[in-house]
Design a protein around this ligand. Sequence first.
Ligand code: ARG
Length: 458
Amino acid sequence: MEKIWSGRSAGALDKYADELNSSIGIDKRMYREDIQGSIAHAGMLAQCGIISPSEGAELIDGLGGILSDIDSGALAIDPAAEDIHSFVEAELTKRLGDVGRKLHTARSRNDQVALDTRLYLRRECGETVALIKDVISALCHVAEANRDTIMPGYTHLQRAQPVTFAHHLLAYGMMLSRDISRINDAAERMNVSPLGAAALAGTTHPIDRAVTAKALGFYAYSLNSMDAVSDRDHCVELCAALSILMMHLSRLSEELILWSSWEFKFIELSDEFTTGSSIMPQKKNSDMAELVRGKTGRVYGDLTTLLVMLKGLPLAYNKDMQEDKEAVFDAFDTAKLCLAVFAPMIATMKVNADNMLSAAKGGFINATDLADYLAKKGVPFRTAYKLTGQIVARCAASGKSLEDLTLAEYREYSEAFEADLYEEISLSTCVAKRTSAGGAAPSNLDIQLRFLGGVIDD
Ligand code: ARG
């Protein structure tokens, strides 16, 4: 295939140089955006009198034909083309003759690729946000059903204080809500049209950038042509937002894996999201959660690829930047697949409330409440903390729980202990009384569910 830039150079590219140079394998997926951008550009060229109205109409018509032919499969994207931009232009010229050659007036592939990528990523952002909402909705659903399911809350992976399974899950709902807002913020900042920046310095043709910006749904056009073609902040920002999203999914994956183990047995993932072992017939492995955890490293890698690729580049366009798409597309593909698995995996998991409760009963997780009990009776907290520590040590040595000691035994430590202490340290009281704003009490769940419901409906 003749190169779009053949003219100055007479010779063909070396075979491997051609392979290295080619980006069609990656950017062919932007064919819709490329054609959409070209249609807006052709319309603007005609509107500004740079080409005639009939030429404009012919170009728009021809581009529409190429789009529907690719969509229907009637036209295959040629893998030998250099990139999607040259493929579409060559096809248009094949169909329209010389008029097709007018499309690239006042434009460069530099502003074209910057445009296509923004349009493509805008759609990816919308799809990803919708998938995150599905996961939040699954978390809310399981939380609703587990408002009173008591489990140990952990710090240092040591049983710390009792919480509800609902409260634990909604913590992830909150994290994911921020992931949505990060993606939306980045999408908003990206929503500025680079089209018309041309190669790097704009054009002497009397174009109207506001026309194409509006037609393509941008709220503005970029004010500096060199920035427009050199900027890949949006790719970096989106990969960073996706890295944080994946980090959240990975942490939840880690918990799902732990909770599914025989050691915890808090949940059982449905067969649709687990696999067996080829040798150990008893095994039910949490492969999907493990893969999400593993794929997180891959998305971090995409972010690193972009940061390193960009750090030494002089203005304006450099071919290094062609690498941006493979990284950012991979980050979106990976995150979207993980999200699509996650929502139903959460929604269908079986919760073993009894095992969570028995785990909560061990490990003295009501010790803070015992100290608080004394503190509420006027014992200074630090003293109450120390006495409680001694009581815990005594129980631990004798294999008892705090509930097992008699009132007389408690009173050996402090006269402040009275019969109401048992009610105060029961696990359900410990959870129900944590009503401080944002605390683990079930009465704090509605406000969280309402907030997340708002995020989903937004
Ligand atoms: N395939 C190229 C890319 O993705 C398109 C832009 C080419 N521009 C150029 N000056 N060679 O970056």
